[in-house]
Design a protein around this ligand. Structure first.
Ligand SMILES: Cc1ncc(COP(=O)(O)O)c(C=O)c1O
Length: 279
């Protein structure tokens, strides 16, 4: 497994970084690249798909946070071999749990259908178990929930965008905070700011909670997580941006039931906490 550091402002990988990683690992066989549209920010997927094709590497998009995101004027999934979506309750569209895989390649879709259903393949109505599959089936009840939400999904996206604008107008230039990069096509699954190193992020989460505001650490960095740390012994210094986002990132409330007055309250309390911490 090779890891690629992300951009400090957009929190995602860039074509240059991917190209450099491939160049620097010519001795290794790279089978697939997985890119993450972190928090709905659109990765430059068209350029990365070209790099993947030129190097005979498959491209998978982790679009768990990116239903509604458009990258290079197309919805996520357009340029890659396969794309994963999440419908977890924290997502803009939820089925309670579960997700979906999308692909424009019939062979991939066929394999996914077999794998999600115990490895069953039916020919002329006769079932056979041809792969080591599991049960990843979504129920019809869950699908019905999703269809209802699809009908008002553009409204949901618009509402998130409005709340995000409010965050920008209230927090732009605020001491101790870096705001996330903006981009055309961003679906704003979450709004994560980055706190200066002098601010104790975990303490901030506790202080905001005392005021009734739920916030959270946001970006996960694989090399900082116990399983991967133990297995691969990856140094923080190789991934400075991901490390900083993991340690100093703070996700602020963002969901379709909030109104601008809620965002104002969050920003007021956040501002008070920062003033206390940096005083
Ligand atoms: C980038 C990313 N990938 C994958 C997942 C996992 O999604 P799920 O919990 O639906 O398996 C998440 C969940 O938040 C995510 O943010």
């Amino acid at each position: 497994m090779l890891l690629c550091d992300v951009d400090a402002e957009s929190y995602v990988v860039t074509p240059d970084r991917i190209q450099a990683l491939i160049e620097n690992n010519k001795d290794k066989k790279i089978t697939a690249i997985i890119i993450v549209h972190e928090f709905g920010y659109p990765v430059a997927v068209e350029a990365i798909s070209k790099i993947a094709r030129d190097n005979n590497i498959k491209l998978i998009e982790d679009a768990a946070c990116a239903l509604g995101t458009t990258a290079d004027n197309h919805h996520v999934g357009y340029f890659s071999d396969a794309t994963c979506l999440s419908f977890h309750p924290r997502k803009a569209l939820t089925t309670g749990e579960g997700g979906a895989v999308i692909s424009n390649q019939p062979r991939v879709i066929e394999s996914i259908k077999i794998l999600r259903n115990h490895g069953i393949h039916s020919v002329e109505g006769k079932m056979d178990f041809i792969l080591d599959g599991l049960n990843y089936r979504m129920t019809d009840f869950q699908a019905a929930l999703a269809i209802g939400q699809m009908e008002r999904f553009s409204e949901t996206l618009h509402c998130r965008e409005t709340l995000v604008r409010e965050y920008y107008s209230l927090l732009e230039g605020h001491k101790g905070i870096t705001l996330p990069a903006q981009s055309k096509g961003h679906s704003w699954q979450s709004f994560m700011i980055v706190l200066d190193s002098a601010i104790d992020r975990d303490l901030m989460i506790k202080q905001l909670l005392k005021e009734g505001i739920q916030s959270n650490l946001g970006a996960q960095a694989i090399h900082c997580l116990t399983y991967f740390k133990n297995k691969y012994a990856l140094a923080d210094s190789k991934y400075p941006n991901a490390t900083n986002l993991y340690k100093q990132g703070l996700v602020l409330p963002l969901h379709a039931k909030l109104v601008c007055a809620d965002i104002e309250k969050v920003c007021t309390e956040l501002s008070k906490c920062i003033t206390l911490e940096v005083a």
